[in-house]
Design a protein around this ligand. Structure first.
Ligand code: 6PG
Length: 254
């Protein structure tokens, strides 16, 4: 896949990061009430990194009393290969920013068991957790109500980095993806899982993301070079929440 991202992608440019997170929080609240009304529950895969932290803080404060926390089920789209109390842990970040502050039942939180030193075993265990929770038959992929994603300046998303083996995975749900430049495995959802979601929302903020965003949204680069480009939900919505700085190089969205 090399041409610009499908025109079906919704691109929302907000003036400031604060407005970006407020808009994303509204989107989450809307999707929660729709999913609970239609299916009795809301399933979300969270993103790590620094960008979404402000969204998690906002949900834990402004939406603490309005969200149906006991009907919400939390997973991680990727995790670093570290224990849950490690400063690099995406679980730790989300727990400190949101989950420890809201009335969500502990049994609704499914963290990646990344304390296990065997990365492949961690991926297998988390895949089994998804298969059980979504009651998947062989060959089926989980259909999350929402998957939150970020994007690195190199175009990686979740822990699917340029040129890594994980980009080729077609049947697994979770992989231990070796990232040479980080000299570590990362645990990550695979592309088929990302593209099976009902909604995928990218949160991208800051001038350091402007060049790669232009590549992903407007230029002919391969998905191998720019994995975020490979996120194309088969039967779902794709929304990019951008702030003006991140969108500053886009032709149509300045
Ligand atoms: C992670 C993320 C990763 C992140 C990007 C952007 O575990 O690091 O899931 O995909 O979204 O690296 O990170 P920032 O938000 O910190 O720029």
């Amino acid at each position: 896949m090399s041409g610009p991202v499908a025109s079906s992608a919704e691109i929302r440019v907000l003036t400031t990061p604060q407005e970006l997170f407020a808009a994303a929080a509204e989107e989450v609240a809307r999707l929660v009430s729709d999913a609970v009304a239609q299916r009795g529950r809301f399933t979300i895969a969270l993103s790590g990194g620094s960008t979404p932290k402000s969204l998690y803080n906002l949900l834990a404060t402004n939406a603490r009393s309005s969200l149906l926390w006991d009907r919400m089920f939390f997973f991680w789209g990727d995790e670093r290969h570290v224990p849950p109390n490690d400063p690099d842990s995406n679980y730790r970040m989300v727990n400190e920013a949101m989950l420890s502050k809201v009335p969500v039942p502990t049994e609704n939180v499914f963290r990646v068991p990344a304390e296990n030193l065997d990365a492949a075993a961690v991926a297998e265990a988390y895949e089994q957790t998804l298969r059980r929770f979504f009651q998947l038959k062989s060959g089926e992929f989980p259909r999350f109500d929402l998957i939150l994603l970020g994007m690195g300046p190199d175009g990686h998303t979740a822990s699917l980095f340029p040129g890594t083996a994980g980009l080729q995975e077609k049947s697994r749900l979770v992989i231990a993806n070796w990232v040479e430049k980080l000299k570590t495995h990362r645990l990550s959802f695979t592309l088929p899982v990302l593209n099976a979601a009902r909604s995928v929302a990218f949160l991208v903020s800051g001038i350091d993301k402007a060049a790669v965003l232009k590549s992903v949204l407007e230029e002919n680069v391969s998905g191998e070079q720019c994995p975020a480009k490979l996120v194309q939900p088969k039967d779902g919505r794709l929304v990019w929440f951008l702030d003006r700085a991140a969108a500053s190089s886009l032709a149509d969205h300045k």
